[in-house]
Design a protein around this ligand. Structure first.
Ligand SMILES: [Zn+2]
Length: 85
């Protein structure tokens, strides 16, 4: 929670109710195979999201992708939504 408060203060997160806090969210960034550094390209993020949605369907697990959020686009973010939401 202390880390989440820090992230909200810095603007890196918008909520103190993050699904990260309960272990229901992860952040994923494709790495450049040459440099090992993250590549923050929307096209690559879409490929990752497609893989997550396909895996979610295969495993019958709902997936929410932060790249679909209208108020705060968060392309690295994937979470399992709260049941009923
Ligand atoms: Zn996240």
């Amino acid at each position: 929670m202390a880390e989440q408060r820090r992230l909200v203060r810095s603007g890196a997160s918008q909520t103190l109710h993050s699904r990260h806090l309960t272990g229901h969210a992860i952040d994923v960034v494709p790495l450049d195979p040459k440099t090992g550094k993250g590549r923050f390209s929307r096209a690559l993020a879409l490929e990752v999201a497609a893989a997550f949605y396909a895996a979610g369907q295969d495993c019958d697990v709902p997936i929410t992708w932060g790249g679909m959020w209208s108020q705060f686009e968060d392309t690295p973010h994937f979470e399992i939504p709260i049941r009923g939401h």
